[in-house]
Design a protein around this ligand. Structure first.
Ligand code: ZN
Ligand code: FE
Length: 253
């Protein structure tokens, strides 16, 4: 089925996403950092929102909802219903819901916050990961533990490699610069750094990225890669401990 996926830059470095099914005419929005840029795309395309999916409660992912004109169904995590805008449908890990005529699987990807969810659409192969798995990165650990975020990474890592990882921010240039401090001689990361630099110089988004690219280069998905733990001076260490050290070094970067 031919879906349309549109990445919408919002605020200073956030992304929202629209998924449109031309066969059913349905349109879903994932996260609402601010209303105006999203409304502009909807108006231009003549699309009407049928569903709004919220990944987590942080203001830069929900703030625009109040200003967006819509009669859409608002969907978010049951665990966070008390701190999300009013939900029409509360979901949790393992739930499968129908959005835009296709099935959507719910994953708990806690770590950045406890209650952060990801939405995975197997048919078009999109995963909306917001501030869990990001291009070359992962979200900061505001509420969860490193072990929790590592468990979330393992869930996302199991998706098909061709999956498009639709993450919440344009942080990729900083993320790849940091990854090179861990592994300055890692050829795939060096190549990806050049691609990212070229993209940013041309104003091209680095999001979404493929899971295949993240599997090859994203340090947070590779905490159990012996080459990475060795490069970090932690040979043989527990992957969750390596993950915690990567995240801690990034926080100081
Ligand atoms: Zn956040
Ligand atoms: Fe965010």
């Amino acid at each position: 089925m031919p879906f349309e996926l549109i990445t919408i830059p919002c605020l200073s470095d956030n992304y929202a996403f629209l998924v449109h099914n031309p066969e059913t005419g349905q349109t879903a929005l994932i996260d609402v950092p601010e209303a105006a840029p999203i409304q502009a795309v909807l108006d231009k395309r003549g699309w009407t929102l049928t569903d709004i999916l919220l990944t987590h409660h942080h203001w830069d992912h929900v703030e625009g909802l109040a200003d967006l004109q819509h009669a859409a169904r608002v969907i978010g995590a049951k665990a966070d219903a008390h701190r999300l805008p009013d939900l029409d449908l509360a979901v949790e890990e393992g739930d499968v819901i129908k959005i835009c005529g296709t099935s959507v699987q719910i994953f708990d990807v806690s770590g950045h916050t406890v209650g952060h969810i990801a939405f995975y659409m197997p048919d078009p192969g999109y995963a909306f990961t917001a501030d869990s798995l990001m291009a070359m990165g992962c979200g900061r650990l505001f509420e969860g533990t490193a072990a929790q975020m590592w468990a979330s990474m393992l869930k996302l890592r199991a998706l098909p490699p061709e999956t498009l990882i639709c993450s919440g921010h344009e942080y990729t240039a900083s993320n790849v610069a940091f990854a090179l401090t861990l592994e300055p001689d890692n050829e795939p990361i060096i190549l990806r750094a050049e691609e990212i630099k070229a993209a940013r110089n041309n104003g091209v988004f680095t999001v979404p990225s493929t899971l295949a690219a993240e599997l090859a280069t994203n340090p947070y998905l590779r905490a159990d890669d012996p080459a990475l733990s060795a490069a970090m001076g932690m040979p043989g260490a527990d992957p969750a401990a390596v993950f915690a050290e990567i995240r801690a070094r990034k926080d100081r970067f």
